[in-house]
Design a protein around this ligand. Structure first.
Ligand SMILES: *Cc1c(COP(=O)(O)O)cnc(C)c1O
Length: 347
């Protein structure tokens, strides 16, 4: 078997949700956009629903179709991107709840689907999605009369509790929603950890479910093992891989494993990241190629059949740091060639 094996621990994701739910005041939903951060929303969401998740969030209406088929009809699926031109059939047919981001989206939704549920997304300072203060002031009465299911906003800096932006956005969200009796939501994973003031009626963590920062103490959800195709001896002065980027200073042993940047192990990991032979770290030697990574295994007594790049020794954030990115990007980049095995999640 040449492809790597990606093992996704559904029970760990459920346990991570439970630990965030235990810290959330009010209800705790789940953000499963981008196919549950690349891990397969149709497998994870039903397990999360069995554990008690009652609200699901995706980014785009099209993501709601497979998710709806995996979930019972009564569980709301909110769409952060709102109601775009061309989304009406998807929203109606799959019973999705768009989070309307602008007066134009509100008008589109009310005209196309006057009796269909919707929510409102407000901009509390991030300047990415949602209605601005003056837009909302103009629309508020009509929007509230139409009975939104949820009013939400998103925090820009919640991964850093010390950032004053967290309090500013809280104040802004409070001011914009003062006196409304509609359920409110402000917190993703970082917001859950900021504390009760940020929780309102519903939190909507994503990355924390999948084992990523800032949910420190989360159980790792992914393990990725890469088969060793070949090992070879190299002599001092010999180089390894493209660009001769790694040179042996002493006799060395190199293992070539089967995965590369086409599988989401981005080229920025070249010469920086570590693979693991059981408990022993093995540094990448030279450049990551499209399908292959060369690893210095000189210090191993025996080279195992596979080396691990994600697992108990190295989580998504550690690997991300080596490449100068974040765990979210490592997860959502994981490629299509792996053998995917799901563990846990029994009904
Ligand atoms: C992605 C996203 C979330 C989930 O964020 P995490 O940091 O992964 O918990 C919540 N709300 C919105 C609007 C998002 O875009």
């Amino acid at each position: 078997m040449t492809a790597g094996t990606l093992i996704i621990d559904i029970d760990a994701a459920v346990a991570n949700w439970r630990s965030l739910a235990a810290r959330s005041h009010g209800a705790t939903g789940a953000t499963v956009k981008a196919d549950a951060y690349g891990l397969d929303s149709t497998r994870l969401a039903p397990a999360l629903a069995r554990a008690g998740v009652r609200h699901f969030f995706v980014a785009q209406a099209q993501e709601g179709a497979p998710l709806r088929r995996a979930l019972s009809p009564g569980l709301p699926i909110f769409v952060y991107g709102g109601h775009m031109d061309g989304d009406t059939d998807l929203i109606r047919d799959h019973a999705l709840t768009p989070l309307l981001n602008s007066p134009a989206q509100f008008a589109r939704h009310r005209q196309a689907l006057p009796d269909h549920p919707f929510g409102i997304q407000l901009d509390s300072g991030m300047n990415r999605l949602g209605m601005e203060v003056d837009e909302w002031a103009g629309l508020r009465e009509a929007a509230l009369a139409a009975g939104p299911a949820l009013i939400m906003s998103h925090l820009a800096c919640s991964d850093d509790p010390a950032d004053p932006m967290n309090r500013q956005q809280l104040d802004s969200f409070r001011a914009m929603t003062e006196g409304v009796s509609v359920p409110r939501s402000l917190a993703a994973t970082g917001g859950v950890l900021l504390g009760r003031d940020w929780h309102f009626d519903l939190t909507r963590p994503g990355i924390g479910l999948y084992g990523g920062a800032p949910h420190t103490g989360a159980r790792p959800v992914v393990r990725l093992d890469l088969p060793v195709i070949q090992t070879r001896q190299v002599q001092p002065g010999e180089a390894v891989g493209y660009g001769r980027a790694w040179q042996a200073k002493a006799p060395a042993r190199i293992a070539t494993v089967s995965a590369g940047y086409a599988d989401g192990l981005i080229r920025a990991l070249s010469g920086r990241a570590t693979l693991w032979a059981g408990d022993t770290p093995c540094p990448i030697a030279g450049r990551v190629s499209m399908d292959l990574i060369t690893v210095d295994v000189t210090h191993l007594d025996a080279v195992p059949e596979a080396l691990s790049i994600l697992g108990s020794h190295q989580g998504i954030d550690t690997l991300a740091t080596a490449a100068g990115t974040i765990g979210y990007e490592i997860l959502t980049s994981l490629g299509a060639r792996y053998h995917r095995r799901y563990t846990g999640g029994a009904a």
